[in-house]
Every structure is written in C-alpha cells, then in structure tokens.
Ligand binder design. Sequence first.
Ligand SMILES: NC(=O)c1ccc[n+]([C@@H]2O[C@H](COP(=O)([O-])OP(=O)(O)OC[C@H]3O[C@@H](n4cnc5c(N)ncnc54)[C@H](OP(=O)(O)O)[C@@H]3O)[C@@H](O)[C@H]2O)c1
Length: 317
Amino acid sequence: MTQSRESSRSVRIRNFGAPAVLSIENVAVPSPGDGEILLRVLAASVNPVDLKLRMGAIPFFPSEGLPYSLGGDFVGVVEEIGTGVDSRFSLGDRVYGLTTPVSGAQSDYLVVDAAQVTHAPKAIDAARAAALPVAAITAWQGLFDHGDLQAGQSVLVHGGAGGVGHLAIQFAKQAGATVLTTCSADDFDFVRALGADVAIDYKNQRFEDFAEDVDVVLCLIGGDTQDRSWDVIRQGGIFVSTIGGSDPGRAAAAKVRTAPPFMAQPNSGQLDQIAALVDAGKINVVVSETYPLHKIAEAHDRLEKGRVRGKIVLVME
Ligand SMILES: NC(=O)c1ccc[n+]([C@@H]2O[C@H](COP(=O)([O-])OP(=O)(O)OC[C@H]3O[C@@H](n4cnc5c(N)ncnc54)[C@H](OP(=O)(O)O)[C@@H]3O)[C@@H](O)[C@H]2O)c1
C-alpha cells in the first residue's frame, strides 16, 4: 500500500520509554525549499541510535525537544526538486543518504538537503541500500578519516558481525589491512566470509590472547572492551570509538593516540565511493530482517534483543 501524496506516515515519539512509545503519525508531506529535494522513501534502516533516542539516553536529544521524528538514513526516489539544486538529480532517481537521527527518514516522504544525498548503488535492492548510509559512513570514517588505516596495517574491529562491523571488516580488507574481529562464536563463519583474518569469540575468549601491536582498534562496544584495548595497540597506533568516551590518561600511558569521539558525518563523496564498491561486487551488504513501517516497535524489539547479523531495515509498504 503506497501512501497518498497528501499525507505521510512518520515514526514519532512523544515520550521516552519502551517500544510502545513509538507511534505512526500522519503528517503533511513537506515541500522542498532552496537546495532541497523531496523523496518518496523506499526503505530506512533501524540504527542503535534510534533505540537510545527512544529511551531518552542521548543528552543531545533531551525531553524538551519532544516530539521527535525518527530515522537518520534512507533510500528514496526523487519526487520533487527545490530551487538551486544542481543538475545531478532528476525526478525518479534512486538516491540514498544520511542526515540527523531525528530527521524523520522513517516516513513515507522526506525532504533532505540535496548536498547530503547521492545516487544509491544500482546492484542491490532498496532494503540493502538503506542499510548502508549510517553504518557504512561510520565504518569508513572510523577506519580511514579517524583511524588513518593504511594498506599493510592491522585493525581490530570490536563487534564485527553487526551493522557497522560487517562493513568495517570489508572496507578494511579492501584497503589491504589484516583484520581481527570480536563477535559471537556463531558468527565466525559470517565474519570470515566477509574477510576477517582472525575471529575472536568475545564471550569465551580474550582478545588480548590474539591481538598484539595492532595499528588501529575500531571499537563499536565501549566499556570493558575499550578499557582492555589500550594494551593491544602498538605505540603510536590509534584507538577509535563510535561510542564516545575516551581515556586520555590510559592512552598516554600506552603511548597510543585516540581519535576524538565522532559522529558519522554526511559525505556524499564517500557514499559515491561506497556505492561504486557495492556495484563492483566488492562489498556484501547484509540485511538480516526487514519490517514494514507499521511494525516499527517489533523492529526495535528485535534489534534490542541482539544477535542480528548486519542490519535491520524498514521497508515502506
Ligand atoms: N558515532 C556514530 O556516529 C555511530 C554511528 C553508528 C553506530 N554507532 C554506535 O556504534 C555501536 C555499534 O553499532 P552497530 O550498528 O554496529 O550495532 P549492532 O548492529 O547492534 O551490532 C553490535 C554488534 O556487537 C556485538 N557485540 C555485543 N557485545 C560485544 C562485545 N562485548 N564484544 C564484541 N562484540 C560484541 C553484537 O553481537 P551479539 O549480538 O552476538 O552480541 C553485534 O554483532 C552502537 O552503540 C551504535 O550506537 C555510533
């Protein structure tokens, strides 16, 4: 069922709490302004940040800002082009991108800054393309912009079977790095098929027994995993976290550099590079489950339970 052009269903929260606070509201279809385009959204991923936001666990999005419209990345079809948009886009083009987690990408229609989107990969369907923007850009910027990973180096990816991790393994491998990763033992075959050289069972093994003098740690986990990581990085190596929270004292003692906490930033040039890799068959984008928009609460429940390989994606009916 496609929504009429007059209204757009949108995932919103008016209170913080359990998945029951998620509601689908009908809102007016927005019009694109200067430099913007209107998209009919085909699919939008569910990211861990959606869960944290829903629970009120992100100080940047306080209760004073409620209600929030959820969804920060998307694949959609160009429906209308605002003034001042360059000629890269035509009506009907399939594009993808990321914005903020409260941009309302989990909607039938979405207005976005044209600078933040680019053409989606052609070789994969909308659900798989929607799995990419936040996760892939986080992996890419974490490894290369913040981790400065180079060919011939080694990287330890903590959390390699999830949304960000399964792409980070592949990007690092493509770049000529040796990849070690922590994951559940059930995911060993999965991460090895993606290119991991060494898989470490985070529940029953100590990564310190496998990793030594790595050049980069990309930590998608935080906490104790982060605390134990300093000693496996070579002197002058780099620790990068997507969770925030760094420990300059421990880093200095271990003679390790820490990248400042970072949020994935929209970058259509990097999305173009990622789309080219996907279209060349060099990156396998894994969607474990899709949900229709109206089952958003089930999708949150599923991601919260864990043991998801790759991504969970909402597909607009
Ligand atoms: N800064 C940013 O811009 C940014 C962007 C994207 C994501 N993030 C954050 O990065 C984190 C990862 O995101 P994601 O999308 O990849 O999450 P995800 O899809 O939920 O994946 C997390 C993975 O970590 C594994 N895991 C859990 N505990 C672990 C441990 N102690 N050691 C090793 N692996 C463990 C899980 O495996 P099991 O299910 O088998 O336990 C799962 O495969 C989230 O906290 C997210 O909010 C930040």
